[in-house]
Design a protein around this ligand. Structure first.
Ligand SMILES: [Zn+2]
Length: 439
């Protein structure tokens, strides 16, 4: 039995496509677009002219911060990005345990679902609960019903052998996902950032990724401290260090942020097809780290939320608006291609087709209440996405052909129970965090 969507405004963001018609889902995949032949027993859904589109993909996030809302202020007020990490996020990640990781996963993925985000590319950290943490996170995400491309961020910032333990966890999860090969979850090699990885650990990140044949997901030049501390600690520029370790030429590598790249760094990125940038405008504004030169990247970067919710509509809008403050504004509508890039990356990692409405693609679909009030075509789709559409129109979400959100209600799990229990889990997490000194 499948699902037939009729009388829909079919919308694909990248490449932009707008078409009135029908769409047929069978066994979790799109089998026909336009003219369809319903089968006996199919669920029939008259969309009433509303927009039906592929689920959105968040290109860089941290679900471990899903329970951060309302956490206590740090005992010391951070005055720069490094202090924001030390006083806030590195105390939160140290406070995580198995239960809070899993709860972060489900709460964060449910928030994503409500925004029409169906796949999350996540960068996880829980230094006091490393082993098994990616499966704990996966368990939470799967409870909501979303897909995930997960990694543990290897780092040397807390414990002896911490980076190696993080890499072992990546290896365990990559091998598990490859064995299952079900298109739901995939693993990568995660690395925090150059400035918290010693030479041995950075080399190990690359050798693990080579051996496992997966990409590396790392923060790059999110703030000037990454370059300055790399030069001070290792006597090399950030990109020279990456080049020497083989990181620039390792396929499917994600560089998140890039707000402090030199002209030569940008050129090095543009000369290669191995590096996918991930841009996170709202987070960069929140941390006051500046603006990544998005318009100067030849290939569109992925778009991500960096743990500030999972609202890709808001991220697209801010990416467009914020660029107008800079010297080189983004061509209007570029965020559509950036969302498309997130979907392409996740598709390759998971071995499925996401982000497109075509036969053979996964039935990760968002049915909205958005019936265009002004003419809508592929040519002006960006105007609708950036100025008029938003998560407030998302009513139903299907992932792999199964409903996860129906008429605005979560059907994949008991949302009220999850959120109720999460208050207690968060309270304990915030208390543990409060006990961690601010050094
Ligand atoms: Zn990040």
């Amino acid at each position: 039995m499948g699902t037939c969507f009729t009388n829909a405004t079919l919308v694909q963001l990248d490449p932009p496509m707008v078409q009135q018609g029908n769409l047929h889902v069978v066994d979790g995949k799109i089998v026909a677009v336009g003219d369809i032949t319903p089968e006996q027993g199919d669920e029939m859904i008259d969309c009433g002219g509303a927009v039906l589109m592929p689920g959105l993909v968040n290109g860089h996030t941290h679900l471990y911060s899903a329970l951060a809302a309302g956490m206590p202020a740090p005992p010391k007020t951070p005055t720069n990005f490094f202090e924001i990490l030390k006083y806030v996020w590195w105390r939160l990640d140290l406070a995580h345990d198995v239960e809070s990781i899993r709860t972060s996963g489900v709460v964060g993925a449910l928030a994503a679902l409500r925004c029409g985000t169906t796949t999350l590319i996540d960068h996880h950290a829980s230094p006091n609960a490393i082993e098994g943490s990616l499966s704990d996170l996966e368990g939470g995400i799967a409870q909501a019903g979303c897909r995930g491309v997960l990694c543990y961020e290897a780092t040397d910032r807390n414990h002896k052998n911490e980076a190696l333990r993080g890499l072992d966890e990546n290896e365990r999860f990559v091998v598990l996902c490859k064995k299952r090969n079900n298109g739901r979850f995939a693993g990568m090699v995660g690395a925090h950032a150059s400035f918290t990885l010693n030479e041995k650990s950075l080399a190990a990140c690359v050798s693990f990724a080579k051996e496992l044949q997966v990409g590396i997901h790392i923060h790059v030049a999110e703030d000037g401290c990454d370059e300055a501390m790399t030069q001070a600690g290792y006597g090399q520029t950030l990109f020279d260090r990456f080049k020497e370790h083989g990181l620039l030429d390792h396929p499917d590598t994600i560089f998140a942020h890039g707000t402090h790249l030199s002209d030569a760094d940008i050129q090095a990125i543009n000369e290669r097809d191995t590096i996918t940038m991930a841009h996170n405008t709202n987070s960069n504004m929140n941390n006051a780290v500046g603006y990544a030169p998005v318009a100067r990247f030849d290939r569109p970067p992925m778009l991500g939320t960096d743990g500030i919710g999972a609202d890709m509509w808001r991220e697209a809008r801010t990416a467009q608006f914020k660029s107008h403050d800079g010297d080189i504004p983004l061509p209007f509508g570029r965020p559509l291609a950036m969302i498309g890039e997130s979907a392409r990356y996740a598709s390759k990692a998971l071995g499925v087709k996401l982000g497109v409405l075509e036969p053979g693609a996964e039935a990760d679909l968002v049915l909205t209440k958005y019936t265009p009030a002004t003419p809508l075509s592929a040519d002006n789709l960006a105007g609708h996405l950036i100025y008029a559409m938003g998560p407030e129109f998302v009513s139903d979400v299907m992932i792999g052909g199964d409903w996860k959100l129906r008429g605005g209600e979560v059907v994949s799990c008991d949302e009220a129970e999850v959120r109720g229990k999460s208050v207690e889990v968060s309270r304990a997490l915030h208390e543990r965090m409060g006990e961690i000194p601010c050094e």
